[in-house]
Design a protein around this ligand. Structure first.
Ligand code: CMC
Length: 434
């Protein structure tokens, strides 16, 4: 796809007295890139960019993100429009297929989700073998990884079955997430129901019980839909880049997604929603003096970071955090929670941080994780499941990227280079002489 966007313009690089011309690529929203694919072959040089601060690993037509202006588009549609008007399933379809579904397409996709909602009964026994307190993220990634053994159609040409596999994953990951919660309680499993929507089904599997039936709450369903949509995709973040990288070795979809789940687990990435809630609880429990925590975050000798602030790409408000903040107010109001101390604390922290020179200079604004946990908590979702919720939302994005990567005729195995700084070749020393 890069070649389609290559312009007539060239960048020149002079090194060791020799000048090289490098093609300039311009994306559909005007982002510019210098195509260095031939650089090493021509000059012997590679580029060095630790943490990929400045490196495009692929071209993609799934998501556009403008971090300077706070713009986020999925397949060209503004996140605000999608979050305000669509169900998560519609957005999942959009991300994976590139267009919004018609009524018939949405019905067919929902049918597939209903059909695939169960997991193989042999897999249900796996839950019994995790030790008490096992992380739900490790359970999720293990279970997703082994799906390929139960649904091996993947091993043939994956593009023939991609719609089925996508529906299978989106539906089963929801079931696995809810089952892992029930197992962690030692409670009986609640199986998916055909008459409930995706989000309502999830909440029912989480909270229904033979001794107290769960009444699906429409405010919660709406909020959950919105949260999952907001997490749907975010271009080349750590977990998505992982899915593409692992998949580039031509490993199956389930194994690639499992790798993405593990990347998401990290507290600098999806794990931040859990870390934010733990931080707020900590501040609250220790008397509410959040200024002490802000001071720690600013101290260069202290590794502590104010979780829920900062983003590699956004240098202004994350548009998702605005929507989430509003959803947070709506959910709490509709549940009659008028003074949630953690929400008040979060708002006070945000207000102070937005006026603080340290955060202003570094463009550190609240990110998507800052308020999402407060909503999940109000829904009754335990803190250690927060990152699982992020994974449920991000799944369609991972699938869309895996599909795009697999289908790319110019695609190659991802294999970065390095600048070696270790010892030069030296004489081997026998173990007795060391
Ligand atoms: N609190 C205090 N200082 C911070 C923070 C923070 N949350 N985030 C960045 N900084 C400082 C950092 O110390 C550095 O300062 P200096 O220039 O003096 O060394 C400067 O800001 C730039 O930070 P960086 O680490 O170079 O930026 P990055 O792009 O590598 O990291 C980040 C981005 C999201 C990992 C980082 O902002 C962070 O650790 N935030 C807290 C964790 C968090 O909320 N993560 C969720 C991100 S959004 C959802 C997702 O991606 O999954």
């Amino acid at each position: 796809m890069i070649d389609r966007f290559t312009t007539d313009r060239k960048a020149t690089l002079t090194v060791d007295g020799r000048t090289f011309e490098l093609p300039i690529v311009e994306g559909s929203e005007g982002e510019k890139a210098i195509d260095i694919r031939m650089l090493r072959g021509k000059s012997g040089y590679i580029t060095l960019d630790t943490g990929f601060m400045n490196t495009g690993s692929c071209s993609s037509d799934i998501t556009f993100l403008d971090g300077e202006n706070g713009v986020l588009l999925y397949r060209g549609y503004a996140i605000e429009d999608l979050a305000g008007n669509c169900s998560f399933i519609e957005v999942a379809y959009l991300l994976i297929n590139g267009h919004l579904p018609t009524r018939d397409q949405l019905r067919d996709f929902s049918e597939l989700l209903g059909l695939f909602a169960l997991i193989h009964e042999d897999m249900v026994h796996f839950f019994d073998r995790f030790p008490p307190g096992a992380s739900p993220m490790s359970i999720l990634s293990s279970m997703v990884s082994c799906l390929c053994n139960f649904y091996p159609e993947m091993n043939e040409n994956p593009m023939d079955n991609i719609d089925m596999m996508a529906a299978r994953l989106i539906s089963k990951v929801r079931t696995i997430a809810a089952f892992s919660y029930k197992k962690s309680l030692g409670a009986p499993l609640v199986y998916p129901r055909h008459d409930l929507s995706y989000c309502a089904n999830f909440l029912n599997m989480m909270f229904d019980s033979p001794v107290r039936s769960y009444e699906v709450n429409s405010t919660m369903v709406r909020a959950l839909n919105q949260l999952l949509i907001l997490h749907g995709d975010h271009e080349q973040n750590c977990s998505t880049a992982t899915v593409r990288m692992v998949g580039s070795a031509r490993v199956n979809l389930y194994a690639s997604i499992s790798a993405g789940i593990n990347a998401l687990w990290g507290p600098l990435h999806g794990g931040a929603n859990q870390a934010v809630m733990e931080m707020l609880e900590d501040i609250h429990a220790s008397g509410g003096d959040y200024k002490k925590y802000i001071a720690r975050a600013k101290n260069p000798d202290d590794p502590f970071r104010l979780v829920g602030f900062g983003h590699r790409v956004y240098k202004t408000f994350d548009p998702r955090s605005r929507i989430i903040k509003k959803a947070c107010d709506d959910v709490l109001a509709s549940l009659g929670i008028n003074n949630d101390p953690l929400l008040e604390l979060a708002k006070e922290i945000e207000e102070v941080v937005l006026k603080d020179e340290y955060f202003i200079e570094r463009n550190l604004y609240p990110n998507v994780d800052f308020y999402s946990g407060i909503i999940y908590r109000a829904m009754g979702i335990p803190v250690d499941m927060f990152t699982v919720m992020f994974a449920l939302g991000r799944l369609p994005g991972w699938i869309a990227h895996w599909k795009e990567m697999w289908d790319d005729p110019n695609g190659r195995i991802s294999r970065p280079r390095q600048v070696y700084v270790g010892p030069s070749q030296r004489d081997f020393v026998d173990i007795g002489q060391r």
